[in-house]
Design a protein around this ligand. Structure first.
Ligand code: AMP
Length: 502
């Protein structure tokens, strides 16, 4: 079964109609917003460009010009669809938000592209969302039962419906009312006719930062986007915080009871750009320290340390520096291919790996090579690369993952397959080594990762970060997963293939 069908079927199990079956999980995105700028859409286009690594499938911008909202949503890269001075003419306004979206495993439809817009009793509102709601299917089902008509399978539309149905007097209160009902990981940006709103989930799983662009405030998923538009970093939006930005400046709301923050470790492992500072920590610094710890934990006699580019580069530098071995570019990456995961089927994904990475014989021939990647998920990338390195003449290949074994799926916005496709969840270390055809295989430990984060030892009662993919310790309840489990109990003949195997 391909992943595309597994995702579709999962949705079918929850009763979405056939036409809504694809792409019901919204994963891995970047958001950006600006208020009070005469060329707001142009700034947002630049910001989205800097967030392209967070989503390469589709993007959209919504702008408000004082009278009207303008929105454009397209398949494709930001540079292809929102480049040139034309953007500001097409999307005039002084307030704008934008969204860039990752490919999920299934197909995708224009109607799922964000920002989503709705004309409500309190006026127009556009929303862009990075993350994944863990009670999306529950809420959607309830809303449909109450008569709501959905145009998409996006959870932003669920949020719009919740805002629309709220009986609170103004847009901000309605927005907060909607937030009180959603669960999971989210960084949201919203645009109305008189404000830009930003919100981060109560645990701060997904990131969101505030910047200052010559006195105008901007919101972005990562600090690299602030650099890109020439804005100064002001601060993170805090976990559970709602920020309202208008002509009067910034107002901070804390509508929910205080909880301990648990940001997502995978932002540091893979997702964020290395030049970003996420929750006060340099992603590059963390990745280098992960490499150094990996060297301490899994060092081996070898001639050269080689990264799997680009994701393994900072960790390989850290590994090489800590072990005193030379760091070399033994694999060259084509920058004209998207991330490997973008391919919807395993067959095409495997071909993609071949075209994306090429061996550099000069470095590899006759050498004992330590190969560093940031993570091993299905093992597709690793097995191809190990083979390629060996074919290029390497005498030994020692594969190292700069993150711990991934044992559990993510439900908060990172694109990860079901448990049955996670290599480490299904095989012992020795079985994985044999399958990946390497001489030795090593992973960073969870303690080593916490050390690289420089946040003290992992607190077992309430960890400083969410690390469920490594530990199975989920930071929230999983309403939709429980629903799936109950559906399985109700329909014993249909299950398993229809349901999430968490
Ligand atoms: P795999 O081939 O399935 O083992 O995937 C591992 C490769 O995918 C590594 O090189 C990672 O850099 C990259 N990767 C890890 N996590 C993700 C993710 N959530 N989305 C896309 N790529 C990822």
């Amino acid at each position: 079964m391909t992943l595309a069908s597994s995702h579709s079927e999962r949705v079918e199990a929850h009763g979405l109609s056939g036409s809504d079956r694809d792409d019901a999980l919204r994963l891995e995105c970047g958001v950006f917003g600006v208020w009070g700028h005469p060329q707001a859409a142009g700034v947002v286009a630049l910001g989205l460009h800097m967030l392209q690594h967070r989503g390469q499938e589709a993007c959209g911008i919504a702008a408000y010009d004082g009278t009207k909202f303008h929105t454009e949503r397209h398949m494709g890269h930001v540079g292809e669809v929102f480049s040139g001075p034309d953007v500001v003419r097409r999307l005039p306004g002084f307030g704008a938000i934008g969204h860039t979206r990752y490919s999920t495993s299934g197909g995708s439809f224009l109607r799922n592209i964000q920002p989503m817009f709705a004309d409500l009793e309190t006026g127009g509102i556009a929303i862009g969302h990075n993350g994944n709601l863990t009670n999306f299917l529950y809420l959607r089902r309830r809303l449909v039962a109450e008569g709501a008509i959905f145009q998409s399978t996006s959870d932003s539309e669920v949020i719009l419906h919740l805002i629309a149905r709220s009986r609170k007097p103004n847009a901000v209160d309605r927005f907060v009312d909607a937030l009180a009902q959603i669960e999971g990981g989210y960084a949201l940006v919203a645009l109305t006719n008189d404000m830009l709103i930003g919100a981060r989930d109560p645990l701060g799983i997904r990131p969101l930062v505030i910047g200052d662009l010559d006195g105008r405030l901007v919101l972005a998923s990562e600090t690299c986007a602030l650099e890109g538009v020439g804005a100064r970093f002001v601060r993170d939006v805090e976990h559970g915080e709602v920020v309202v930005i208008s002509d009067k400046g910034l107002t901070s709301l804390r509508p929910f009871p205080a909880a301990k923050a648990r940001p997502c470790l995978f932002e540091y492992v893979y997702f964020a750009r290395p030049d970003s500072v996420v929750n006060g920590r340099s992603v590059y610094g963390v990745r280098k320290r992960m490499g150094a710890r990996l060297a301490a934990e899994t060092g081996v006699d070898a001639d050269v340390v080689v990264p799997v580019p680009d994701s393994g580069v900072p960790a390989a530098i850290g590994f090489a520096q800590a072990s005193g071995l030379p760091y070399e570019l033994g694999i060259i990456r084509s920058h004209y291919m998207g991330r490997t995961f973008i391919q919807p089927t395993q067959g095409v994904r495997e071909l993609g790996v071949r075209m994306k990475h090429s061996p550099n014989r000069e470095v590899l021939e006759g050498k004992r090579v330590i190969l560093i990647d940031d993570s091993i998920v299905r093992g597709t990338t690793s097995v191809k690369i190990v083979r390629m390195v060996r074919e290029a003449g390497a005498k030994e290949v020692h594969l190292r993952s700069a993150s711990p074994p991934i044992l559990w799926p993510d439900f908060y916005g990172i694109d990860m397959p079901d448990r049955q496709h996670l290599l480490a969840a299904n095989k012992s270390l020795e079985e994985m080594r044999r399958m990946l055809e390497c001489d030795t295989l090593g992973f960073l430990s969870v303690d080593g990762l916490y050390e690289a984060m420089e946040a003290g030892p992992r607190d077992p009662d309430c960890p400083q970060f969410t690390d469920h993919y490594f530990t199975g310790d989920y930071p929230t309840r999983l309403v939709d997963q429980d629903l799936a489990a109950n559906a399985e109990a109700d329909q014993p003949d249909r299950q398993l293939s229809l349901l999430v195997s968490a």
